[in-house]
Design a binder for this molecule. Structure first.
Ligand code: DC
Length: 221
């Protein structure tokens, strides 16, 4: 499938555990569009760095590694250079490591072209932190999904538990707060709503309610 700079884009940004991932998949399925899980790309960079014993602060080595990553998404599964990294990139520690590499400007730069290449017909739903502000600023529909840190930690807890992973709620809350502070405070592409984004606080909402709100916004174009 070819990159198409005219294909419509819906951006869904927000902090970890806000429900972005689930909602992005649902919106993409409902529209029959492609999906970009940009957080997975940062998680992959961090996981591969760990495997190759590259320090998470060694920007030059990280940037040199990125063009050699052959990434294949298939639903929830992700293969990198022939290895299944699906579970390895989903742990809380992998999220914290991803947020560390994501604070490095040259790492963000080398992932930018890769992210843009996901824009394909008939359309793209892009899930991340800076989809509406930096990667797809021309997107017709921009959503910023938020929720309290406690509710987000609880949602992550249930998600990971359901996958059979052993987790601790207090650790998850700490990880979420640590990541929030770094993602919102970094100099390059910080987590913040685009000026023209619809901000949805999902703390008290069901997934179905949020989905309806997003679909209504998409239909306005
Ligand atoms: O959405 P996620 O939890 O999989 O993202 C993991 C980390 O990657 C997150 O803490 C910050 C970073 N990230 C980013 O900086 N920009 C994006 N567009 C997506 C994720």
């Amino acid at each position: 499938m070819q990159h198409d700079a005219n294909a419509p884009v819906v951006t869904i940004d927000g902090p970890g555990g806000s429900g972005k991932g689930t909602l992005s998949s649902l919106v993409a399925a409902e529209l029959g569009w492609h999906l970009l899980d940009s957080g997975a790309l940062y998680r992959i960079v961090a996981a591969m760095a760990r495997r190759q014993a590259i320090d998470l602060t060694d920007e030059k080595s990280l940037v040199a590694m990125i063009p050699n990553l052959q990434i294949a998404f298939d639903g929830d599964r992700v293969d990198v250079n022939g290895d299944d990294l699906s579970d390895e990139i989903r742990t809380g520690e992998a999220g914290v490591a991803a947020s560390q590499v994501a604070a490095l400007p040259e790492v963000r730069d080398s992932i930018l072209t890769l992210q843009k290449s996901f824009q394909r017909a008939p359309g793209l739903v892009a899930d991340g932190r800076d989809m509406g502000t930096v990667v797809f600023p021309q997107a017709a529909t921009k959503i910023f999904l938020d929720a309290s840190a406690e509710v987000r930690a609880n949602r992550r807890y249930k998600q990971l538990k359901n996958k059979g992973l052993s987790v601790n709620l207090r650790d998850l809350l700490e990880q979420i707060q640590e990541r929030d502070a770094r993602d919102r405070g970094r100099a390059v592409a910080p987590l913040k709503p685009a000026a023209d984004a619809l901000i949805i606080d999902s703390t008290q909402m069901t997934i179905e309610e949020v989905l309806q709100m997003i679909m209504a916004e998409v239909s306005k174009g």
